[in-house]
Write a protein that binds this ligand. Structure first.
Ligand SMILES: Cc1cc2nc3c(=O)[nH]c(=O)nc-3n(C[C@H](O)[C@H](O)[C@H](O)COP(=O)(O)OP(=O)(O)OC[C@H]3O[C@@H](n4cnc5c(N)ncnc54)[C@H](O)[C@@H]3O)c2cc1C
Length: 380
């Protein structure tokens, strides 16, 4: 077992850290406050190969692994969760192409993401189908050599910015429940596609989230991604991968919060000394550091297993659930240690506090991850 990073991984980590500090730190607070889309930062990250690190070179990507993706996300999230969310979501769903798409589809749709001509998103959630993804009612009906899509999706990353979306759609309503859906690629400039931005998010406000409406949207039959009726299986395979680096979101956010807390308790004096000198405060810091270290270890393990061709649904679900949980716990204590100042938005900890909660909701609510883990251990 080797816990040491390679020279290249250390270099990537350093590049990501410097990028985040140089580009995100100066604007993070303002972009969050004003819900500003980080256009220029997105462009720079693309050019520096800091997005979609797991996407192979044959599809225009950096050709690295999930571990490198997770390491970059961790560095990004330490500095600004909102802009980092946007950078991660530029390739949200790309795994479907790697696992189930043809080479032709990969080249056509993924390559332009790395030249700046495309942005993607993965639209699964609907008003009446959240955790219960199989309840998705958006339909895709085959007419001749086209798919015709109708329905609506909510809370979709890049809904307004995306040039194409993967739509999780009902294609075979009479089949067994887990064989009813398929994944269809929909270019957003097709007639009948409409997206409305969803404003007022609690956190991650620099990222694009939208409601999508599909009204008789027609796409060619070759836009089916993977196998008809295999959409649910393909979706689960995606989560088995993406949750590894979403786990890094939690680790990074928690580490960023801890770093802020440490700086504050060293500087803030009460009772005649820095509050960091009180054992009660140091115990809190120690507890936070232990949680982060454990979360980082399982996150690295989940990513490493993926890169070594042995994905583990359980480990990935544990990594996502645990790092989201500790992110919420750590940021809560970190704000506590800031006292009343932390409650104001001129302190970054306030923004981190608002950002953390979503980690326990999206990419599978924590209860869904717990269900997966419980079922794997006990059986259905
Ligand atoms: C900022 C943001 C970005 C998002 N981006 C995307 C995106 O790009 N694409 C996309 O498709 N979706 C996206 N989503 C949607 C997200 O995936 C859903 O919010 C999530 O899956 C939960 O679905 P829901 O909100 O409908 O909650 P519900 O499914 O209604 O669940 C509500 C709560 O009920 C509980 N619960 C539900 N089912 C169970 C159960 N079986 N057992 C125990 N408890 C349960 C959980 O506590 C859960 O949090 C995003 C959401 C947010 C907030």
């Amino acid at each position: 077992m080797d816990f040491l990073l390679t020279k290249e991984q250390k270099y990537i980590q350093k590049a990501a850290r410097e990028f985040a500090i140089g580009e995100m730190a100066p604007v993070g607070r303002e972009f969050d406050l004003n819900e500003t889309y980080p256009e220029a930062i997105v462009e720079k990250a693309r050019k520096l190969d800091l997005i979609g690190l797991f996407i192979p070179e044959k599809f225009g990507g950096p050709g690295l692994g999930y571990l490198e993706q997770a390491m970059v996300m961790e560095e990004f999230w330490k500095v600004d969760p909102g802009i980092s969310q946007q950078l991660c979501s530029l390739t949200f769903g790309a795994e479907e192409f790697l696992l189930f798409g043809t080479d032709e589809q990969g080249k056509k749709f993924l390559e332009p993401i790395f030249t700046g001509d495309a942005v993607m998103g993965f639209a699964i959630t609907e008003p009446d189908a959240g955790s219960d993804t199989l309840a998705a009612a958006t339909t895709a009906v085959k007419e001749g050599n086209e798919w015709v899509l109708n329905g609506s999706k909510v809370m979709i990353g890049n809904g307004t910015r995306g040039t194409f979306m993967l739509i999780f759609a009902l294609t075979d309503p009479d089949a067994a429940r887990s064989k009813r859906h398929s994944i269809i690629i929909v270019e957003t400039d097709r007639p009948g596609y409409k997206a409305d931005p969803m404003h007022g998010k609690m956190g991650l406000r620099a990222s694009d989230t939208a409601a999508i409406y599909l009204n008789n949207v027609r796409v060619p039959e070759e836009n089916l991604l993977g196998t008809r009726g295999n959409g649910f299986h393909q979706l689960m395979a995606f989560f088995d991968r993406s949750r590894a680096y979403v786990s890094a979101h939690g680790v990074g956010l928690a580490q960023g919060a801890l770093d802020m807390a440490v700086k504050h308790v060293r500087e803030r004096k009460q009772f005649g000394k820095p509050i960091g000198s009180f054992q009660g405060v140091q115990f809190k810091i120690a507890d936070m550091a232990v949680k982060i270290e454990l979360a980082r270890n399982i996150m690295y393990k989940a990513a490493w297993l993926l890169d070594n061709g042995t994905p583990d649904t359980n480990v990935t679900a544990m990594a996502k659930m645990y790092s989201a949980r500790i992110a919420v716990e750590v940021v809560d204590e970190a704000l506590q240690l800031h006292g009343g100042y932390g409650y104001f938005n001129d302190y970054d900890i306030e923004r981190f506090y608002r950002a953390a909660k979503v980690l326990e909701i999206y990419e599978g609510a924590k209860e869904i991850e717990k269900m997966i883990i419980g079922r794997t251990i006990v059986g259905r």
